[in-house]
Design a protein around this ligand. Structure first.
Ligand code: ZN
Length: 241
């Protein structure tokens, strides 16, 4: 059993294409998406289309919900807000309908996996999972052996062993059959860990790996500039912040 998990594409079609190519070259066909297909970037409709064609599970993230008016954007910073307002106007009727059908959480019995964009415990609050205390609480919010999240754009693996002890991993890890995991696979379209390459997760029976893929950042940046998206959002892609 092997599958890929991707997250936080944010309308960056060149990043998404590079990641899908990389997954395809590895012969992996099962791909799960943990939300935020739109927001920030220049190609929302094209990204929704590719995600629909390639992913078995598709979640909605806070930017997806914001673009269709399902969640409040008063807490968004000015750049994110600008991008969401632009996205809302850019989306086709068909793709607005698609976004409405994407769930906040899903599970795959076949892979004993659970999926949520922000947290498995309170998916609609859009909180970030950082503290050990929160992580421990969230392990009780799903019954599967592994849960995938996105939202922070920072790849990390939280492990809880059979005694309840938790560990944080930043490197590829060997899976302990008796442990449970919460995995953030990082962001395809706007990585924020000072590495500008796209990030996604590769899951095998015995390992969890975070893969980094180069894409044509300049092309995405030129498309963003052409439609007048904020310079701050354009520049951060080069820096991976
Ligand atoms: Zn995001």
């Amino acid at each position: 059993m092997s599958y890929a998990v991707i997250s936080d594409v944010h309308s960056n079609i060149h990043a998404l294409e590079a990641v899908l190519r990389d997954i395809n070259e590895r012969g992996i066909t099962d791909i799960f998406f943990t939300g935020d297909v739109v927001g920030y970037g220049p190609k929302p409709n094209e990204c929704i289309e590719l995600i629909k064609q390639n992913c078995k599970i598709i979640l909605a993230g806070n930017h997806d919900w914001a673009a269709i008016g399902y969640t409040d954007i008063t807490y968004f910073n000015q750049y994110a807000k600008h991008a969401i307002e632009w996205t809302a106007k850019e989306l086709s009727e068909e793709h607005i309908e698609d976004l409405k059908t994407f769930n906040l959480v899903k599970s795959s019995e076949e892979n004993d996996a659970f999926f949520a964009h922000s947290t498995p415990m309170d998916p609609e609050l859009w909180s970030y999972l950082f503290s050990v205390e929160q992580v421990v609480q969230n392990f009780s919010a799903f019954k599967q052996s592994i849960c995938f999240i996105g939202h922070s754009h920072l790849a990390v693996v939280f492990e809880m062993d059979e005694t309840g002890q938790t560990y944080i991993h930043k490197e590829p890890i060997l899976r302990n059959k008796k442990s449970r995991y919460i995995v953030n696979t990082g962001s395809v379209g706007q990585p924020r860990d000072n590495d500008n390459r796209s990030s996604y997760g590769l899951i095998y029976d015995d390992t969890i790996e975070i893969v980094r893929v180069e894409y044509d950042i300049g092309l995405t940046q030129a498309e963003m500039a052409a439609v007048g998206l904020p310079e701050m959002l354009i520049n951060r892609l080069s820096l991976g912040i």
